[in-house]
Design a binder for this molecule. Structure first.
Ligand code: FAD
Length: 318
């Protein structure tokens, strides 16, 4: 079922969902199932599975020269989605990127999803590869998520890249896109970012999931701005509980989001990461409660592959 249908069928009740990462190459899929199993108690209508593009690494050879290697450290997004739908009978949402995909690769990826009865996709641009500063699309790939949304929407209307295909069938994807309450790191302003977010909706996306945030006011202001710009689709808040002291620097650096001073001070005072984890859970529970009070359709949690703290939060909320 589509995300938008799940929201509609909930009749105003706030739903619970979460995102997982495919395991590192070499690990068994049970490592994923072990994290999902306890969370099924809270009846998620869907589970998101991230996509990880290739990375470039350099291996030093005996003669001192460097050999460039292309590695995908977390393959398996589509396989995991199919396995989740099969094992738990809940919708799995694969993330799909512009980065690393030509339009032809995208079309073939979408055909696989359609054959597997996957109804939803999260359409993203992806970041620059780690060895580069700026995002570079594939030759014949998409520059922005809005273009990717356009291609998916074309397929929903039976328009394939080869316009001469006869009797081509329509896909029926519900398309989600990313939104940034504290603006995307490359956007020159929040207004500019929302302008391009609107383009993703115009091209066919029907819901938005936000980047993590730790101050609900930023989310409420973002939603207000989106509504003023005429964006009417559901906006789903994404939350992540802090779990280690290191994340105080890592999260702002990696995701370009601010942490509130109260949270920082509480974490700084912690003796160890066990205490940080508890602070992170409490902060996230309070954020969730306030968001639910304000009527968000769903709270989406970034599990980063570990479900124990998400379980503790969900137990107090759902
Ligand atoms: P876009 O919507 O294309 O925007 C990128 C930037 O370009 C923004 O600054 C925007 O304002 C600007 N822009 C857009 N259109 C135009 C235009 N026409 N002209 C000029 N500027 C424009 N990454 C992964 O690798 N794998 C994942 O699974 C993954 N999942 C994610 C899930 C969520 C909910 C979120 C919030 C992010 C996720 N990301 C993931 C990270 C995401 O790929 C990065 O944040 C990426 O840098 C931007 O992706 P986007 O889809 O928001 O890009």
């Amino acid at each position: 079922m589509k995300v938008t249908e799940h929201i509609k069928n909930a009749n105003g009740k706030t739903l619970f969902s979460f995102e997982i990462l495919p395991p590192l190459k070499g690990q068994h899929i049970d490592s994923i199932f072990n994290n999902i199993d306890p969370l099924m108690e809270f009846k998620p209508p869907f589970i998101d599975v991230t996509y990880h593009r290739e990375e470039y690494t350099y291996k030093e050879l005996e003669n001192g020269l460097l050999k460039k290697q292309v590695v995908k450290k977390r393959p398996g997004t589509v396989g995991i989605c199919a396995a989740i739908q099969n094992k738990y009978q809940v919708d799995a949402i694969p993330h799909i990127l512009c980065g690393g995909f030509s339009k032809e690769d995208t079309e073939n990826f979408l055909i696989d999803l359609d054959f597997l009865d996957i109804d939803n996709v999260m359409a993203l641009r992806g970041d620059a590869v780690s060895s580069e500063t700026y995002f570079r699309p594939e030759k014949d790939g998409h520059h922005y998520a809005s273009e990717l949304v356009n291609q998916i929407q074309n397929l929903n209307q039976g328009k394939y890249l080869d316009e001469e295909l006869q009797n081509s069938s329509n896909t029926n994807f519900c398309i989600g896109v990313a939104g940034y309450p504290e603006k995307h790191m490359e956007a020159p302003s929040i207004d500019s970012d929302i302008h391009f977010l609107k383009k993703k909706i115009k091209n066919g996306a029907t819901y938005i999931v936000t980047q993590m945030f730790f101050d609900n006011e930023k989310f409420f202001q973002f939603v207000d701005k989106c509504r003023k710009e005429g964006i009417t689709v559901p906006i789903i808040p994404g939350l992540k509980p802090l779990a280690t002291k290191k994340q105080l620097n890592l999260i702002p650096h990696r995701f370009k989001v601010d942490l509130p001073d109260d949270l920082i001070m509480s974490v700084v005072k912690c003796k160890d990461n066990k205490e940080v984890r508890q602070i992170g859970v409490e902060w996230c529970v309070n954020q969730s409660k306030e968001l639910i009070k304000r009527g968000v359709p769903l709270v989406h949690y970034y599990s980063m592959g570990k479900s124990d703290n998400i379980y503790e939060i969900a137990k107090q909320i759902f």
